[in-house]
Design a protein around this ligand. Structure first.
Ligand SMILES: [Zn+2]
Ligand SMILES: [Zn+2]
Length: 379
């Protein structure tokens, strides 16, 4: 498994000081936080950034990493009583501490509990479902602890046995000669993979893999007011942990289909309402579709194109609250593009009688300025 250099992950030089490390980490953690970043690899990057920071922000771990790279991290950074009992080496004390502390830690190589992998499920819901909430049944393919062997990997009736290579310690010690003398390196036992025991009669259901792939039906409760891109976390519904670790989470990522009429801006619903020039001029009572069915809206006489009316409480419920947003109805005055002879005649008559008065005070002065400008231009 190749790993990226921690300095490269944080995008900092090897000489970076603590403040530079901290600020690079904050920036990247914000950028890749799975709650903010919906990219497929965001979670992976987030973990990588955290891991890099965990090491580089700790002076001791950083020093070990600078010297030994990722090998130092895999050895657990000498969590097993670093340097105990080697104080008598005088001037070499530091170096020996690193060797024995970093690589000689008694629990360094054996593997501890690991949390299960988080899963992601992309779920399409309708506009209406997002607004009012819904209950959805989903089928999630995932690994689960093998029911036959309860995750031991051994056929029922048999027991895993202590690993003969590492004698149940999960690690292998090797003495090495260096210019500084002999030191002992400890690595994960290759036979049991650090698990301390091996299975001699593998479970027939999971073939000793301890886990089986199943498709699990789960029901997801989607609260009213969710929006596109939101994630619902189902704790414990990810893949099982290893060596007694807790299971991961399942993240259901919502994708809300566009509505044919309505648009959404936060908790408000936006609707464009076409009216004709007569309705806009004389005023009218019109039917307006809302999420709760049709409602009447009175358009006052002389309503201009682009005027917005607010229907209070006809919007989207705020998440986990009873308050609802509004529906904003914006009038679009539609000019008829096909008229018959009679309509043309009526409009011509109307045009003759309207004159400049019809433009309203503001538009009238603008129009007069225009006329003046045209007059100047043509002398
Ligand atoms: Zn099994
Ligand atoms: Zn072993």
């Amino acid at each position: 498994m190749s790993k990226r250099d921690y300095y490269e992950v944080l995008g900092i030089p090897r000489s970076a000081d603590d403040n530079a490390i901290k600020s690079a980490y904050r920036k990247l953690a914000r950028q890749y936080h799975p709650d903010v970043n919906k990219a497929g690899d965001a979670e992976e990057r987030f973990k990588e950034v955290n891991e890099a920071y965990e090491v580089l922000s700790n002076a001791e771990k950083r020093q070990m990493y600078d010297r030994y790279g990722h090998a130092a991290a895999q050895s657990g950074f000498g969590q097993g009583a670093p340097g105990a009992g080697f104080g008598g080496f005088g001037g070499f004390g530091d170096i020996f501490e690193e060797f024995f502390g970093g690589f000689g830690g008694a629990r360094g190589a054996a593997r501890g509990p690991a949390r299960g992998t988080d899963l992601r499920y992309d779920l399409d819901i309708t506009f209406r479902e997002a607004v009012f909430g819904t209950e959805k049944e989903i089928e999630v393919p995932r690994l689960e602890t093998c029911p036959q062997c309860q995750g031991s990997g051994a056929e029922p009736g048999t027991q895993p046995v202590r690993c003969p290579q590492c004698h149940g310690t999960g690690e292998v010690r090797r003495a090495q000669q260096t210019i500084l003398g002999q030191f002992v390196s400890v690595t994960t036992c290759p036979r049991c993979n650090g698990e301390r025991e091996i299975v001699t009669s593998p479970c027939t259901t999971c073939r000793g893999q301890k886990r089986v792939r199943v498709t699990r039906k789960l029901s997801v409760s989607i609260p009213a007011g969710v929006d596109d891109g939101m994630r619902i976390r189902l704790a414990g519904e990810g893949e099982p942990g290893e060596r007694g670790g807790p299971p991961g989470s399942l993240y259901v990522v919502l994708s809300v289909k566009a509505h044919r009429l309505f648009q959404r801006h936060e908790n408000d619903i936006l609707l464009e309402l076409p009216v004709n020039i007569v309705q806009a001029t004389l005023g009218a009572e019109v039917d307006v579709p809302t999420l709760d069915g049709n409602t009447k809206l009175t358009i006052p006489a002389g309503t201009q194109h682009g005027t917005t009316f607010r229907l209070r409480g006809k919007g989207v419920p705020a998440l986990r609250s009873n308050r609802r947003g509004d529906q904003l109805v914006t009038v679009r005055v539609v000019v008829p593009d096909r008229i018959n002879d009679k309509q043309r005649k009526l409009l011509q008559e109307l045009g003759e009688s309207l004159g400049l008065e019809s433009l309203g005070k503001n538009n009238r002065s603008l129009f007069e300025k225009l006329l003046d400008a045209v007059g100047d231009a043509f002398g």
